[in-house]
Design a protein around this ligand. Sequence first.
Ligand SMILES: NC(=O)C1=CN([C@@H]2O[C@H](COP(=O)(O)OP(=O)(O)OC[C@H]3O[C@@H](n4cnc5c(N)ncnc54)[C@H](O)[C@@H]3O)[C@@H](O)[C@H]2O)C=CC1
Ligand SMILES: NCC(=O)COP(=O)(O)O
Length: 349
Amino acid sequence: MSRVSLSPDAAPGWAPDRSNGVVLVSCGEPAGVGPEIAAKAWAARGADLPFVYLGDPAHLPAGTPFVRVSEPAEAPQAARHGLPVLPHPFPDPAEPGRPSAANATEVIAVIARAVDLIRQGAAGALCTAPIHKHALQSGAGFAFPGHTEYLAHLAGDVPVVMMLASSCVAPGLRVVPATIHIALSEVPRALTPALLEQVIRITHAGLRRDFALAAPRLALAGLNPHAGEDGAMGPEEIAWIAPLAGKLRAEGMDLAGPLPPDTMFHPAARARYDAAICAYHDQALIPIKTLDFAGGVNLTLGLPFVRTSPDHGTAFNIAGRGIADPASMLAALEMARDLARRRATGRAA
Ligand SMILES: NC(=O)C1=CN([C@@H]2O[C@H](COP(=O)(O)OP(=O)(O)OC[C@H]3O[C@@H](n4cnc5c(N)ncnc54)[C@H](O)[C@@H]3O)[C@@H](O)[C@H]2O)C=CC1
Ligand SMILES: NCC(=O)COP(=O)(O)O
């Protein structure tokens, strides 16, 4: 696969990072496993992987050594002694598995504060610990389906794409759901030619910019079983998905499909592409979470800053028990650091 070198960049209105690549971790839902996996990530890597936890230190597991910092740039030094914490006070303590409505407003405020810090150049990238979407919607009227859409809004209502990536399986896997958190019954209406074309173009640009792929190879899933099987199982592939794919190929894009979704994730098929563009959430996320739940990373393409996240959620059923696996958080932190370095230097991470 050929690689591309790009110039260092900072989006207009976004100051260049002056923290030397420190990753900011938004605490997410404190009743979930976020504080625990952040503490465990620090315990595993310490100053090797400097990051700052933006949240209430009272929500960390009892006994977590932490160091209060006043700005992210202090993290590399502070991380030698404890988890660096940029304090953000919450009204309520964290009760494992039982989100507090009063805390919901601060969960959202932490995400907004993190983006502001990055906009000012105080941190290099954002890694979000999981939020509980329903808790934020019911507790604080959160108007977004998730981080992805909220971050797009905070960045100026820019078009973005959700990608989940794993490099722990061979061949690796990157998946993109073109529609995200909507009911399955809404997918055929929501998946329009304009949306799918935008998702494909943002993914293509993101693979070039953040993964140094000069000519990304994309695989496009059909919407229907067997990609419609010549119209026998649905009209969308013939009506517009195949013509859109043809148009993009005619421009020179390396794009296969529409492919039958059930046969595009086995190892030999995965070796043929750098990212799979899928029609809906579960078509994309089931394969990657099945193959690599522990090491998968969720990232947002199209933002003017690097954002990653563990692939899992708040895991209320195990919160507070000390058994949460920090592997996905560690992978997300590493990817955030690597992508931020690449954007800062213009070289592949
Ligand atoms: N980036 C984010 O903010 C994300 C948030 N969510 C939200 O999380 C909430 C719960 O979602 P679920 O579907 O229950 O998925 P989940 O990922 O929280 O849990 C699914 C299963 O995986 C286990 N699990 C998750 N993380 C683990 C870890 N680090 N170590 C060991 N086991 C782990 C859980 O115990 C549970 O059995 C929902 O509100 C969802 O919207 C889900 C995914 C990502
Ligand atoms: N299923 C993926 C997920 O829920 C992550 O959403 P987001 O909070 O990263 O937008």
